[in-house]
Design a protein around this ligand. Sequence first.
Ligand SMILES: [Zn+2]
Ligand SMILES: [Zn+2]
Length: 387
Amino acid sequence: MHMKNRIVDGQFEVADWRRHLHQNPELLYDVHNTARFVAEKLSAFGCDMIETGIGKTGVVAVIKGTLGDGPVVGLRADMDALPIVESSGKPWTSKMIGRSHSCGHDGHMAMLLGAARYLAETRNFRGSVVLIFQPAEEGGAGALAMIEDGLMEKFMIEQVYGMHNEPKLPIGHFAIRKGAILAAADTFKITIQGRGSHAGLPHLSIDPVVVASHVVVALQSIVSRETDPLQAVVITIASINGGDANNVIPSTVRLTGTVRTLRTDLRDFAEQRLGEVARSIANAHGAKADVSYNRGYPATVNHGNETDLAAQVATSIVGPAAVSIGVDPRMAAEDFSYMLEARPGAFIIIGNGDTAGLHNSDYDFNDDAIPYGISYWVALAETALAA
Ligand SMILES: [Zn+2]
Ligand SMILES: [Zn+2]
């Protein structure tokens, strides 16, 4: 049977897997039932080598081609859900209170499983495909845990590819770019130490609320006045906490937020200036600022040749009009970035159609994307590993 027909015919069963995974979401590394489901499917498809427990709860399987020796290509999906109460109203709504697949990792798993079934059956390529199912994408750096557990060396992976769905991008569309496609995401905490007093006697205080207000305003000029306007940097102060009475000046105020960048030099610069500005402003008011800056996921940087290959493969499936090449980067972050630091590869965005946004309680992965996602994985493997 023609590849396309076979994938289209199989999509309803894949959608059933997706809905099963959707109803049973698990968080971070605690994806035991999900990993078991994935490993059982891979085993039923006849994959050559299935290993569980890589990077705590990651699952890896190998499919060898029948056209001779060749390179090893890794294809990656993520398995974890989010601590969000789902309100999609779908019949397959999460059965786990307070958890849902609001980032569509259920769809990512289902599409990679669909591709695995096809590739294990046909094996129309040389070398090997390594299927990577990782835990803890949502803040736990599961990709890094798998790499540190020897993923790349053990399976001799030479190139690695990832995919994420995106709401509002139409079904059957893909988007990709060379270089940074997603941002580095860091977090910070600033504690302003002042001196508390009676609210009617401000001269006896060093008011950390006023100091924090100056710090919030001053931090805005790092992006607007100190960095190249054509280079993306985000500094967001997302929370301010201090005081709880209307007649007391508190002694401390805490600010937290995030810094997003696409380039390493700007990441270093933002970290340095955030600390300098906060401390200097606090000093100017006789207060003190303690700044702790935590580096999160690095930017997801696509490699040149692999991005060309991914774009060519996507174009072969949906035609040039449905593949946006050279799109603007997104300021979200992904721990697939660690895999692209370890091996050359590319991360592509697949359309989820007109749905609620990622991490929104109304979000649900769109099953209409399934045949496109499976076709992309299959064609990518068969093209990268063509005889
Ligand atoms: Zn997410
Ligand atoms: Zn995600």
